[in-house]
Design a protein around this ligand. Structure first.
Ligand code: SF4
Length: 372
């Protein structure tokens, strides 16, 4: 993104305080590695602060800058200067996937040959685990409540237990995990997944790791039927948060940009010059659970916590619509619910035996489901 595009996008948003009326704002730098562009981001954040102050904008005292980073450049001087300057308003999540072998399954360094389309042999690939893990203590010192987000695909399943325990051992006490929404699951993956989660439940409970740690796989409220009226909200905020790409186009979420889609055209809802086309945004504003789900999902006995991604729904749909829910995750959710029931039953019995019912209530309240 050029500075001119960034500035115009900011001006567009701040000029319309009546339209963007939310009490607070998160300026989220996502979709690529943000710290590769730290000079530009520093300039953008300075401009935002000055403009919010100059205009007396109601967000001036209620804003955050949010980053999802691969952590490679975290220790560099420029990134550290930026952190020092903005610390009070920063949320930074470093993505580390677990153990070295799990992390390096997906996160490998680019080689010059890759630019020419020549992929290295597996034994020649160099993963980034070692480059990231050395920055974790430093990050946790600066952001003591730091959490990480792990995404599971079919090949990752055998490493779930060791990865969560490894992240805890690094001092990351909150591990948010979810399965990808794409249709990647193979025959038997649900059984393997359930086994991994059950073993993880045993390790967490038998070693009292639940006291200081949390893992979003185990969430007490999931796996229950949902009311058609009371529990009818959409899963995510697509359409209620604005995404801007490098060319200045607007999207309902970054998942609707062309680089995020496999088979559908980008869903552009406007741009920094012409503004938002409300007609293109309209379908997102009436989305709810029942209008996009089949009867099987609406009446499902384990529906709560069964997530969807609006971008994946659009990408996988038979027609150009966001009203067809993709259910590729179905058997994985059911496996998670079985392991989740095992976790909470086991924890309840243990704490009941120890006369610690209050601790059980505390545990129930502490974990929230990650959105996307
Ligand atoms: S996708 Fe499967 S588990 Fe999820 S709500 Fe639908 S039927 Fe239930």
């Amino acid at each position: 993104m050029s500075w001119e595009v960034a500035k115009q996008a900011i001006d567009y948003i701040l000029d319309r305080e009546d339209e963007f009326r939310e009490e607070s704002v998160t300026w989220d730098f996502i979709g690529g590695e943000p710290f590769l562009e730290i000079d530009l981001i520093d300039k953008i954040c300075d401009y935002l602060k000055i403009e919010m102050y100059r205009r007396g904008h109601h967000w001036f005292n209620s804003y955050r800058f949010s980053f999802s980073t691969n952590g490679i450049n975290y220790h560099t001087e420029k990134v550290q200067q930026f952190i020092e300057k903005n610390h009070r308003h920063l949320s930074i999540g470093i993505t580390i996937d677990g153990t070295e072998r799990k992390h390096d399954l997906n996160r490998i360094w680019k080689t010059p040959e890759m630019e020419l389309g020549i992929m290295p042999k597996p034994e020649e690939e160099r993963g980034s685990y070692k480059d990231v893990v050395k920055n974790i203590p430093f990050w946790l010192e600066q952001f003591p409540g730091g959490s990480t987000k792990v995404t599971i695909s079919s090949a990752d399943i055998p490493y779930i237990k060791e990865s969560v325990l490894h992240l805890y051992s690094l001092g990351i006490h909150e591990v948010n995990i979810n399965c990808v929404f794409e249709d990647v699951w193979k025959e038997g993956d649900d059984k393997l997944f359930e086994d991994q989660l059950t073993e993880l439940a045993d390790a967490i409970i038998d070693n009292n790791l639940y006291e200081d740690n949390a893992c979003s796989f185990f969430t007490e409220h999931i796996g229950k039927p949902q009311d058609r009226i009371r529990d009818n909200q959409n899963w995510c905020g697509a359409g209620k948060m604005l995404a801007v790409d490098a060319a200045g186009n607007f999207y309902p979420c970054t998942r609707f940009a062309q680089y995020s889609l496999r088979s559908k055209p980008a869903w552009i809802i406007g741009n920094i010059h012409d503004g938002i086309d409300q007609n293109k945004l309209r379908p997102f504003l009436t989305l709810d659970r029942c209008t996009q789900s089949t009867t099987e999902c609406i009446d499902c006995e384990v529906a709560s916590g069964c997530a969807w991604c609006q971008g994946e729904n659009y990408d996988a749909a038979d027609t150009h619509t966001v009203y067809q829910r993709s259910t590729a995750i179905c058997k994985m959710h059911k496996a998670r619910v079985r392991a989740n029931n095992y976790y909470w039953n086991k924890l309840f019995r243990k704490l009941e035996l120890e006369g610690k019912q209050e601790e059980y209530e505390r545990q129930k309240a502490k974990v929230k489901d990650p959105t996307c």
